[in-house]
Design a protein around this ligand. Structure first.
Ligand SMILES: [Zn+2]
Ligand SMILES: [Zn+2]
Length: 63
């Protein structure tokens, strides 16, 4: 099970699941055009991706 952790306050959020197939979303870090990276959670069955949880103003990272 994936756990997202905030590096600032140690808040934890456990896995996010796909609304269509109910499987656990896979954490990915993708690069944007301006060179920054953004964390997303993507369905391994191709149902799309959502923004990863945020805390303290930045993306939470999957442990
Ligand atoms: Zn899915
Ligand atoms: Zn936080």
């Amino acid at each position: 099970m994936t756990t997202y952790t905030c590096s600032d306050c140690s808040m934890e959020v456990t896995s996010v699941t796909c609304g269509k197939c109910d499987s656990e979303l896979e954490f990915k870090s993708i690069s944007k055009d301006d060179g920054s990276t953004v964390g997303v959670s993507e369905c391994t069955n191709g149902h799309g991706k959502i923004k990863s949880p945020m805390c303290c103003g930045h993306d939470m990272v999957a442990a």
